[in-house]
Structures are given as structure tokens and as C-alpha cells.
Design a protein around this ligand. Structure first.
Ligand code: NAP
Length: 303
């Protein structure tokens, strides 16, 4: 592709990037979408999406695949390569790719999303894929009939626990407080499920050589330590924004990119949308809305 001809580069093909691509193409821009992983991002790993209007229930992959097809049909060009460096300050925005190629355009829309937060415990990296997972929809089937634990108290954790309960012989939900952060509808479903909640506990240690065999739990109120035999731990303790290398942009205290209501960042010609943006509600529907607004601003700024 001759990327010098692009009006806009969109980095990240999750719901925000794909929506931005659809709107930017329909607005007449020549668009390149760069994706270093698989299209759909984290949303594609959701086991069940029930709150995207117009779609009663869908797995995340199918929903995101439909968005990808729509974006491609609108005319976006896809580059499946990882963006490793950004030059955002001049009139021309440049993105260096892992392959060594450099691409440039008049405008840059950052929809790079966020990655799962890690427990930051000894052995976590070594045991990842050997009893530690960050994606229940991807790895849950490997633990059919086994004992699993989900860590966290947000929507992702409860959704994951309810999904895993159908596969595993026993599913624990371990949360550091005694009240969920998850929406009330999930709390109600959890109560009615066979998932065993363990409140006020954090994971203090991971045990296992070739694979995870047990976890050590610490009660945050009493300080007492206990062990739990598990075949897999699914970590769902929130997200970390993918803003490495984007330090010239204004970030909030959590590292998310600050934008105005039209998704403009502090740097001219650079927009941010979706989970990487500082905002109160991270959902597929808000990511799509952000993407549409970012594309609209981009179109207005080019014309
Ligand atoms: P989240 O809402 O930030 O929740 C993270 C959970 O992990 C919280 O319960 C938090 O505890 C806990 N936690 C954080 N750090 C921890 C640590 N170091 N050790 C132990 N526990 C820790 O993250 P999320 O559930 O991944 O959701 C991310 C966003 O996506 C949210 O905006 C969410 O609403 C959205 N989402 C929506 C849906 C849906 O609507 N269907 C599904 C999934 C995700 P505290 O509660 O004590 O802080």
C-alpha cells in the first residue's frame, strides 16, 4: 500500500478503531488501519455481549468480525503489523511498524485500547499459559471439569466466572473487597449461580513448577493466609492503557489519553478514542461512539 496517500492512520482495530474507520471512509477519507494483534481487540475475547444495542446477545468475536467486515467494505486498508513508535508533532504524522516500514498521514487516530492488568506476583510470567490466563473466553475450554478461580470484582471478572461455571467443576471468584464493582445485574446472576465467592482476599502467591497447582490467599481484613488448590487462575483485575511511547500526549493520572469532547488530544491532528481515552464508561458502545466522533473531527479538520 502507498500509505503516503492516506489521509488518516487509525492505530488499533478494536470497536473504536473499526467505527472510526467506517465513519472516516464514508466521510471520504483514505484510511489505513494498523493492528498488531487480531482485529476486535479485547472486545473480541468477551464470551457474551448483551448490552450492545440492537444485538440481544453475541460473542465478542462475532460482533467484532462484523465490524471488521463493515470497515473493510467501507474502503479501509488494513495493515496487520505492530505500531512501535509514533512521531506525532509535525503536520505529517508518522508511525513506525515492527516490520521496519514507516507510514504517514495527515491525521492519526489512536484507538490502541488497554491490556489486562497483571497480578505482579513471582512466577506469573512463567506460569502464564500453564494455569494463569487473562482470557476466559480463549482458555476456559481447556479447564472443562477442573477447578478454576477468577480474580477481580468488576464486570469482566463476574462475566468470566459465570462463563467458566458452565465448563469447570468448581469456580471461585476471589475479590479483594466484600462488595462487587460489577453492575447489579451481574451481582444478581452471581448470587443465583454455583460460583463460590471468596471475599476480602487477594492472591499472595502462585505455587507450581511445570504448571500452577495452588494459590496462596491473604485475607485483607485479618491477614490470615490460606491455600487453594486450582487448575487455573483467570486474572480479571482491570486494564492498563496501551500508551507506551505516547508520552507527548496529555495523559491522566491512570495513564489514559485526555481528549476533549470531539476526541481531539492536546496535539493537533491526533485524536484518541475507545478504552485508551480518559472517560467514565468503557463499553463497546462507548468505544464505537468515540470512534465515530474522532472520525468526524478528523474529517472536519481535513476539509
Ligand atoms: P474494572 O471495572 O476496573 O474492575 C477491576 C476489578 O479488579 C475491581 O473489582 C478491582 O477491585 C479489582 N482489582 C484491581 N486491581 C486489583 C489488584 N491488584 N488485586 C486484586 N483485585 C484488583 O475492570 P474490568 O472488569 O476489566 O472492566 C473494565 C471496563 O470494561 C469497565 O468499565 C467495565 O464496566 C467494562 N466492561 C463492561 C462489560 C459489560 O458491560 N458487559 C463487560 C466487561 C467489562 P476494586 O473493586 O476493589 O477496585
Amino acid at each position: 500500500m502507498d500509505n503516503k496517500k492516506s489521509d488518516a492512520i487509525i492505530v488499533g482495530a478494536g470497536p473504536a478503531g473499526l467505527s472510526a474507520g467506517i465513519y472516516a471512509c464514508r466521510g471520504g477519507l483514505r484510511v489505513a488501519v494498523v493492528e498488531g494483534g487480531s482485529a476486535g481487540g479485547q472486545a473480541a475475547t468477551a464470551s457474551n455481549v448483551e448490552n450492545y444495542p440492537g444485538v440481544r446477545s453475541s460473542d465478542g468475536f462475532s460482533l467484532c468480525y462484523a465490524m471488521l467486515e463493515q470497515c473493510r467494505a467501507a474502503g479501509a486498508e488494513f495493515i496487520f503489523d505492530r505500531a512501535v513508535a509514533f512521531d506525532v508533532e509535525g503536520d505529517t504524522k508518522c508511525v513506525a511498524l515492527a516490520s521496519g516500514e514507516k507510514i504517514s498521514a495527515k491525521k492519526l487516530i489512536l484507538t490502541v485500547g488497554a491490556a489486562p492488568r497483571k497480578l505482579s506476583l513471582d512466577g506469573e510470567d512463567r506460569l502464564t499459559g500453564k494455569g494463569i490466563s487473562y482470557c476466559a473466553a480463549c482458555d476456559g475450554a481447556l479447564y472443562r471439569g477442573k477447578t478454576v478461580a477468577v480474580i477481580g470484582g468488576g464486570n469482566t471478572a463476574v462475566e468470566d466466572a459465570l462463563y467458566l461455571e458452565k465448563l469447570a467443576s468448581k469456580t471461585y471468584l476471589i475479590h479483594r473487597r466484600d462488595a462487587l464493582r460489577a453492575d447489579a445485574i451481574y451481582a444478581e446472576r452471581l448470587k443465583k449461580s454455583e460460583v463460590v465467592p471468596i471475599w476480602d482476599n487477594v492472591v499472595a502467591g502462585l505455587v507450581g513448577d511445570e504448571k500452577l497447582t495452588q494459590i496462596q490467599l491473604k485475607n485483607v481484613k485479618t491477614g490470615s493466609l490460606t491455600s487453594l488448590l486450582v487448575d487455573c487462575v483467570f486474572v480479571a483485575i482491570g486494564q492498563v492503557p496501551n500508551t507506551a511511547g505516547l508520552g507527548k500526549l496529555s495523559l491522566d493520572e491512570g495513564g489514559y489519553i485526555v481528549t476533549d469532547e470531539e476526541m481531539r488530544t492536546n496535539i493537533d491532528g491526533v485524536y484518541a478514542a475507545g478504552d485508551v481515552r480518559s472517560k467514565p464508561l468503557r463499553q463497546i458502545v462507548t468505544a464505537c461512539a468515540d470512534g465515530a466522533i474522532a472520525a468526524n473531527s478528523c474529517i472536519k479538520d481535513i476539509l
